[in-house]
Design a protein around this ligand. Structure first.
Ligand SMILES: *Cc1c(COP(=O)(O)O)cnc(C)c1O
Length: 371
């Protein structure tokens, strides 16, 4: 074997970073835990799946299409989104999941010595992409489970490029009202890029919840993320997007890898856009799930945080990683939250009644075994 000295090739910030270990495929997990069924309550997926129009696309796409490169810039989908949101198509960039557009924005604006600001207990990908790219991620503690606007403003310095706000926040379900978001953007006054991640936008029914995209004409430094993974039930196809002012998007576009979004995802996403009925049915399912869990968790004596989005947090009188294993052995997969810096909490996605009952039943056993 050739001599190979890997160490000097690795940047310091990569050396100190640990790889994220995704969970095993369902079939492996079921074998491991000895169960013949698994309720997936760990990833905030839509249990109703994609809407009928998107299903038709998936069923009717000719296999030959797989041999052709897709539209490199998601031409038709961007036009469809632009029509829907009253933007220009060039104000939108589509990525391989909203996850990819996070990297686009960080790459476009950060250089050595720069920092980004976000919360300590939120979707971790903003922090991870910044850190494994060599930039500082300044994490501001949540306040009453909510993003702390004043705390974030205080951490800004001359090297701050981007502030990430998850609205509503995954995992706490708290949100900033339109007034609060506007006040924050007014205080930033165009000095930094403000990203508002609206991955759960379509689930929120509060009248004071802002539509970030409608604020873009007023705030050219605002970038909004949305995804087809949650409400639209297309997580497996990996497709999400960002919207912003032409000025900002024209810069971000320079760091995009074209062809990262496959043809099937583009077509299915476009078909999913118009389906309001599927959204209404999903919201109803989520609402019923929350009502059921609020009641049943209280009956079990468990503290919960039930906010916006299609998930809730539950505090357990034991380690969340142990609870995860015990729930798995009863066929219920939840998200253990030590990774979100919420030890002893789990996050549960809202699902059909059968799955919600299975969760409560499994929790009942776990609590009994623990006492
Ligand atoms: C799920 C999620 C995303 C990423 O979605 P993908 O489009 O599947 O990459 C982004 N932000 C938040 C807050 C999420 O929960």
């Amino acid at each position: 074997m050739h001599r190979f000295n890997l160490d000097p090739l690795i940047p310091e910030y990569v050396k100190h970073f640990e790889a994220y270990i995704p969970s095993k495929p369902d079939a492996e997990l079921m074998r491991l835990y000895g169960v013949d069924h698994l309720y997936r309550l760990n990833n905030n997926e839509n249990p109703l799946g994609p809407p009928p129009e998107a299903r038709d696309i998936l069923r009717n796409t000719p296999p030959l299409k797989a041999s052709l490169y897709p539209s490199g810039d998601c031409h038709y989908l961007r036009h469809g989104l632009a029509d829907k949101f009253d933007l220009e198509p060039d104000q939108i960039l589509v990525g391989n999941g909203a996850n990819e557009v996070i990297a686009f924005v960080i790459k476009a604006f950060c250089q050595e010595g720069d920092n980004i600001i976000t919360a300590d207990k939120t979707f971790a990908v903003y922090e991870w992409v910044a850190e494994f790219s060599g930039y500082e991620a300044r994490l501001v503690p949540l306040k009453d489970f909510c993003f702390d606007d004043e705390g974030m403003l205080e951490r800004i310095d001359e090297r701050t490029k981007i502030l990430f706000v998850c609205n509503p926040n995954n995992p706490t379900g708290t949100y900033w009202s339109e007034g609060k978001l506007r006040h924050f953007l007014d205080r930033i006054d165009g000095r930094q890029i403000v990203v508002v991640d609206e991955a759960y936008f379509e689930f929120v029914e509060r009248p004071d919840y802002p539509n970030g995209i409608s604020l873009i004409p007023e705030y050219p430094n605002l970038v909004v993320f949305r995804t087809f993974s949650k409400m639209h039930g297309l997580a497996g196809l990996r497709i999400g997007y960002l919207a912003g002012s032409l000025e900002v998007v024209n810069v971000v576009r320079r760091t995009c890898v074209v062809y990262s979004v496959n043809a099937l995802a583009q077509a299915a996403a476009q078909a999913a856009l118009g389906d309001d009925e599927h959204m209404l049915r999903t919201r109803e399912l989520v609402r019923e799930g929350k009502d059921f869990l609020r009641r049943e968790l209280a009956a079990l004596g468990l503290e919960s945080v039930i906010g916006e989005g299609n998930f809730v947090m539950v505090r357990l009188p034991m380690s969340d990683t142990m609870a995860y294993r015990k729930l798995m052995s009863r066929g219920v997969m939840v998200r253990s939250m030590t990774g979100f810096r919420f030890p002893n909490w789990i996050r549960v996605s809202l699902h059909q009644p059968e799955a919600m009952s299975a969760l409560i039943e499994a929790l009942h056993h776990v609590l009994r075994d623990a006492s």
